[in-house]
Design a protein around this ligand. Sequence first.
Ligand code: AP5
Length: 218
Amino acid sequence: MRILFLGAPGAGKGTQSKKLSARLRLPHLSSGDLLRENVKEGTQTGVVAKSYMDQGNLVPDEILIDMFRARLTGPDCANGFILDGFPRTLVQAKALDQLLIEIHHPLTAVINLQINDPLLVERITGRRTCSNQSCQAVYHVKFSPPGNDMICDHCNNPLIQRSDDKEELVKQRFTVYAHETEPLIEYYDKKLLLKTVDAEGDRDNIFALVLQTLKVPV
Ligand code: AP5
């Protein structure tokens, strides 16, 4: 299967796409994680990306398109993949279409996680992430707190708040989403690939809906 997750910041793309990746044993390709890895490693891409991410803006299309071209043509994607956060603009979506035609691997479905705005703000501002780059487990201060105060359950490293998860930047991320990414809903609907899933409930119930939508046994 080749699945793409769409949804506003905080809709649960990372949470649901990681669960689906584990369930289907397919690589999880998160644009945000790939960019943050580059930032942490101080690559040239990372330096450029950081200046956009710190403002709540999108990183230039060419960077994302090159990054995903390299990733999607890798051997681990031959049997399928789960995309999380790419594409995010019409330019990126068209580039992805072209690439998937070249490698003869069309998308199977696009899952659009739908959720109301106040819940999104609460999810984003409460998110905490493991500071260990090779772990990156995601928690929430209210909805999924760690067992020990602000320490990762998996690797005992401190949890941190993503620099773009501060309330003052969240508004800008929503504005960018509405202008740049929301049009992809119609784009994929016209291609008869769009499946909308209510993303407001408990994460396991949402995952059951995702599996049901994709006709994967629950
Ligand atoms: P990215 O990292 O992709 O951020 P995002 O799209 O804003 O999405 P989030 O990671 O904030 O949310 P999510 O939907 O994954 O939610 P999650 O599952 O973590 O991108 C960051 C930046 O990188 C962008 O702003 C941009 O600058 C750049 N970028 C990335 N892709 C790009 C592209 N293609 N082009 C250009 N620039 C790009 O959940 C959120 C929280 O809620 C967590 O704490 C989680 O535990 C909790 N939670 C999840 N589900 C539930 C539930 N059902 N109930 C209760 N809590 C829940």
